[in-house]
Ligand binder design. Sequence first.
Ligand SMILES: NC(=O)c1ccc[n+]([C@@H]2O[C@H](COP(=O)([O-])OP(=O)(O)OC[C@H]3O[C@@H](n4cnc5c(N)ncnc54)[C@H](OP(=O)(O)O)[C@@H]3O)[C@@H](O)[C@H]2O)c1
Length: 290
Amino acid sequence: MSKPLIVVTGKNGQLGWEIQQLAEAYSEAFEFLFTGRDDLDLSKPETIAPFFKNHQPDYFINCAAYTAVDKAETEQELAFTTNAESVGLIAQQCALVNAKLITISTDYVFDGNGTSPYTIHTATNPVNYYGHSKWMGEQLALNNCSQSIVIRTSWVYSVHGNNFVKTMLRLMNDRPELKVVADQVGSPTYAADLAEAILKIIVSIERGNAHYGVYQYSNTGVISWCDFAGAIGRIAGRETKVLPIASVDYPTPAKRPSYSVMDTSDLVRDYGIELKGWEESLGKCIKLLG
Ligand SMILES: NC(=O)c1ccc[n+]([C@@H]2O[C@H](COP(=O)([O-])OP(=O)(O)OC[C@H]3O[C@@H](n4cnc5c(N)ncnc54)[C@H](OP(=O)(O)O)[C@@H]3O)[C@@H](O)[C@H]2O)c1
């Protein structure tokens, strides 16, 4: 009997790359097809149906996204096509071939005005266009494929790709002092942990335990960007001083939510996913970065 096929988009992004690192460990049970922009370009929605003519996945993990949060303010059409329209078409195709869709969304669907962790029932209200496009993508996935799982995540970093952890380490190489915003708090996510959670969800579905809809995943714990930068320096043994500043002193084209913490308990309840603390996972990543 042939193994279930898992198609993964965004193979060169942080999350897609981390799933690739785990694929070998799951290769007895699953076949994997990792795709990059050259194989399936989400800015060209017309290429999605032909892709599904050539490949009939059992699971489709969509890690590809337009993730340039500030640029999305001026490239709204491209962000919408990539993060929403194409996700809807992927969902339609998944429904046609009876594939399960796992697509990744963001804490930026919330406005940041909360004071306690957002649940999947908390009203969404994105404050920037990237968040809006991802929210549209969520709706289009859920409306077009009943076997869709949307996983919202936040503050993602990995040894691979561009992220806050690597930027801080680079800046700490030659700066005695760094100023980092202290009035935005959230929960970091090590992409390797999320990759493992996604594959565990698929294993669970294969064993007959399937739940669809919106889920949220991050490492546990709440921290500001400033304190996170401080922890990065401390764990990596850097001397750089990290000083707090307010968001108003670090203006960006896209507004960021100030409180970005999500309730992740549904994944624990439905799929038995074990959540890891942000500090432990940050330590692992920094160790790998050497
Ligand atoms: N990074 C975060 O802090 C964060 C926070 C919350 C949610 N998320 C969500 O988590 C998911 C994974 O994010 P990530 O951090 O792994 O993102 P990432 O590192 O920026 O990777 C995104 C990937 O999407 C690909 N991509 C962009 N446009 C594409 C297109 N038109 N067609 C095909 N592929 C395209 C990129 O390809 P190229 O390599 O060719 O550019 C890249 O490989 C995304 O859904 C993102 O929205 C991320």
